[in-house]
Design a protein around this ligand. Structure first.
Ligand code: ZN
Length: 143
């Protein structure tokens, strides 16, 4: 069921991520370590290579595209909520290759940081819990 809830900004964190680390893991670790359970994430920088997901709506499963080249992160945008009792970062990323061509998708493990600057906003409010949604096959917020 769809819906929105009021949330209030609690804190903001800004920093630099580790060269050679996995981008999704690093963002998730920051949220876990800081107790961020509801938030917003954005980042720019560059990756050594990337893995992004595309959700096949008919087959109801992700297919993953590996982009094995250094690329710029034009924009990473995402949120933080709770899945199976732990903070989960859900982010989408737009990348550009050496010709400025854009690629992107659902950020997946296997995206390796070259350099990355991130901004995370933490919110106070009701918990957003991800549960299986029959209509889409995705783990969506239970509103
Ligand atoms: Zn996604």
């Amino acid at each position: 069921m769809a819906g929105v809830e009021k949330i209030e900004k609690k804190a903001a964190y800004m920093g630099r991520l580790s060269h050679g680390a996995d981008l999704l893991e690093e963002l998730t670790k920051i949220c876990t370590d800081r107790g961020i359970e509801c938030g917003r994430v954005e980042a720019i920088g560059a990756v050594q290579k990337a893995c992004v997901g595309y959700y096949d709506q008919n087959r109801r499963e992700y297919q993953f595209n590996t982009l094995d080249a250094p690329m710029e992160i034009l924009k990473l945008s995402g949120n933080v909520s709770i899945k199976e009792g732990a903070p989960m970062v859900h982010a989408h990323i737009t990348l550009a290759d050496d010709k400025g061509r854009a690629f992107g998708g659902h950020l997946a493990p296997g995206t390796i940081i070259f350099a990355c600057e991130c901004l995370i906003e933490a919110f106070d409010g009701p918990s957003f819990m991800r549960t299986h949604d029959e209509e889409t096959g995705l783990a969506l917020w239970d509103m």
